[in-house]
Design a protein around this ligand. Structure first.
Ligand SMILES: [Zn+2]
Ligand SMILES: [Zn+2]
Length: 109
């Protein structure tokens, strides 16, 4: 037979157990979110703090995240996004640009 007190104790234990499980799950979810969100957070922080990520290949302007695009020819150069002339300027200099003639001796190496 179970007394009222027993029931109350049982209920309290069950409640405590549930809360502990809840807390554990929250912790796990938080850790998971942290693992996944770390990269995104770093990116967001870099953008917020205006961290310089490189320089324009044409005008040497310092570039933050979101203010440049990578060369469309895939040479890895960064070019100002807000200045179309930078891309135009880079194209003839681009190491990946198709060349009709060769005037650079480095090309042999
Ligand atoms: Zn530029
Ligand atoms: Zn390029």
């Amino acid at each position: 037979m179970t007394s009222y007190v027993d029931q109350a104790v049982q209920a309290r234990i069950a409640e405590a157990r549930r809360k502990a499980a809840e807390k554990r799950q929250q912790r796990e979810e938080l850790a998971e979110a942290r693992r996944h969100g770390l990269k995104a957070r770093h990116r967001a922080k870099a953008r917020r703090s205006g961290k310089r990520l490189g320089f324009c290949a044409s005008c040497a302007r310092p570039l933050m995240r979101g203010t440049y695009f990578l060369c469309s020819k895939g040479c890895g150069a960064k070019v100002c996004r807000g200045h179309p002339r930078c891309a135009q300027h880079h194209n003839p200099q681009c190491p990946n640009a198709p060349r009709a003639f060769t005037d650079s001796p480095q090309e042999a190496s």
